[in-house]
Ligand binder design. Structure first.
Ligand SMILES: Nc1ncnc2c1ncn2[C@@H]1O[C@H](COP(=O)(O)OP(=O)(O)OP(=O)(O)O)[C@@H](O)[C@H]1O
Ligand SMILES: [Mg+2]
Length: 507
């Protein structure tokens, strides 16, 4: 329950911001109260992260006011914002991986005496900070790089709270977490809200989370304030339509009773490096096969191994009857295989290249002649693809890194639409993608399979996996624990298999 008091802790009034000629925030206002979770909702590119960066001092606004405790605070620098109690937990965490947990926690204010770090005091303070977020069992001396992602995020929160934050901002914190870790995080947020009276701003594309922890919701669309109200005033449907400005009939496309065609992908006895369990399955033309399981089950490793990007201990992969050479993604692409990776920062994005180049890179054959790329052809290919994705962009020549997260994902997705793939491997295809764009992407996947492609989808988001797949293969410990057809698939069934032991022979 919220213990909001009448005077807001934070007020943004009529905030505006442009990047060059593009206005991304227009007259946006919001209030945050002590002991309350405000969810900021909006499609990809709506301006949520930009507003957050204005609050943390990472960027400056063009107009409007920013008040904390009723005081006008001007345009704070990041240090001033921190001083005023504004803390932020970003998706790309700010901890230094090769440094211990305790030093990370107290970075910038290590307890020293005559220039020498007081190790005992450091340890004691770090333990207190960790206990505050329930991390009683984490070794303060451990390197951050040795901790699982979810724990790192908790350490980050400990650091923000330890710096006396009264206002804590979360920008899509659960995107990379398992269901269990996400639940744990939501419980922690509830606790710091009620027990410590912190004001929380929470951004997520998972609507279930908004209804679970939001006391109030403020909706942005196209950089503009749309509506604000207590969560109980919204339903899923009204929230979606105020976010996207249109009705979404069906999130998951209805496909006619499908006729599966020939086998397009055959994975035979594939053993991931260090795994005793062979993985075997086929994907047919017109079929969508899901890979389910918990974080660390080996889903990403499996698609990377099929693509030839990860080493394997044994096994064969055939694409449309042709045997792939292990360890050769280039040959896999030639044979008709495409991979959309989960981590766009590491494997996917060519950050400094334009949108146009990022789209056409996988299909240089279509836009080049004798090795010379025709930017005119590239341009027309880009123009063909973009309308299907409802992309929010300014120019095909802007760098991809200037797009919002979800729009970057759409660009990477369209890269494969530009090629002549037979089988697409999609690892978390809608990670960080808003609900309207999710519907678009599911529709595109549906269209692709009805044109005779085979698709493999890895997703941690169970409603999505069950919503689009014909069959779900569940992995655990780098092996297969079972297979469920769309008809018999329920969240419980997948979760049950996700914690069972793999079989050494999977049929
Ligand atoms: N540095 C920049 N230069 C140019 N345009 C930018 C820059 N940063 C953001 N934008 C643009 O501002 C708009 C708002 O982006 P923002 O990242 O705030 O969206 P968002 O609501 O957080 O979206 P998402 O849900 O995808 O994270 C987008 O159109 C984006 O392309
Ligand atoms: Mg964002």
């Amino acid at each position: 329950m919220a213990i909001a008091t009448s005077s807001p802790l934070v007020q943004l009034k009529h905030v505006s911001k442009s990047f060059g000629p593009v206005q991304v925030l227009k007259d946006v206002s919001l209030d945050m109260h002590r002991g309350e979770v405000l969810c900021l909702a909006g499609e990809n590119g709506a301006g949520k992260s930009t507003l957050i960066k204005i609050m943390t001092g990472a960027i400056s606004r063009d107009g409007g006011e920013y008040l904390i405790d009723g005081q006008n605070i001007g345009s704070p620098t990041p240090a001033q914002a921190r001083e005023l109690g504004v803390g932020v937990v970003y998706q790309e965490l700010s901890l230094l991986p090769e440094v211990s947990v305790e030093e990370n926690l107290l970075m910038g204010h290590l307890p020293t005496f005559k220039g020498i770090v007081n190790r005992k005091e450091l340890r004691a303070r770090a333990i207190r900070m960790l206990e505050r977020v329930g991390l009683n069992r984490v070794d303060p001396a451990a390197y951050v790089s040795d901790l699982p992602l979810a724990t790192r995020q908790m350490v980050e929160i400990a650091k923000v709270l330890g710096a006396n934050a009264r206002i804590v901002i979360f920008d899509e914190p659960t995107t990379s977490l398992s269901d269990e870790d996400a639940q744990h995080l939501l419980r922690l947020i509830q606790r710091i809200k009620t027990e410590e009276g912190v004001a929380i701003l929470y951004v997520t594309h998972r609507l279930e989370e908004i209804f679970e922890i939001g006391d109030r919701i403020t909706v942005l669309r196209d950089g503009q304030f749309i509506t604000s109200g207590s969560t109980s005033q919204f339903t899923h449907d009204t929230l979606i339509s105020s976010m996207v400005g249109r009705q979404i009939e069906a999130l998951y496309p209805h496909r006619e009773r499908k006729q599966f065609g020939k086998t397009l992908l055959s994975v035979q006895g594939l053993r991931l490096q260090g795994s005793p369990y062979p993985i075997s399955f086929d994907v047919h033309a017109g079929e969508i096969v899901g890979l389910g399981g918990l974080v660390g089950a080996g889903r990403t490793e499996t698609v990377c191994a099929i693509f030839g990007a990860d080493p394997i201990d044994a096994g064969k992969v055939y694409v449309d009857g042709a045997l792939l050479r292990p360890g050769s993604p280039a040959q896999a692409v030639n044979a008709g295989l495409g991979l959309l990776t989960e981590d766009r920062k590491v494997l996917g994005i060519l950050a400094d290249l334009s949108l146009r180049e990022n789209v056409t890179i996988a299909n240089l054959g279509a836009v080049s002649k004798l090795g010379v790329i025709s930017s005119k052809k590239e341009h027309s290919l880009f123009q063909q693809l973009v309308p299907r994705l409802r992309l929010r962009y300014h120019s095909s020549e802007q760098t991809i890194s200037s797009l919002s997260g979800g729009n970057q994902q759409k660009i990477l997705f369209s890269r494969w639409l530009a090629t002549r793939v037979k089988v697409l491997l999609l690892d978390e295809p809608t990670k960080g993608v808003d609900v309207g764009a999710k519907a678009d992407i599911y529709q595109i996947i549906g269209d692709l399979v009805s044109q005779g492609l085979g698709v493999v989808v890895v997703s941690s988001y169970l409603p999505e996996l069950l919503g689009i797949c014909d069959r779900v293969i569940v992995l655990h410990d780098l092996g297969v624990t079972g297979e469920i057809t769309a008809e018999e698939a329920t969240e419980e069934a997948v979760l049950h298999l996700a914690s069972s032991a793999p079989t050494s022979t999977n049929a």
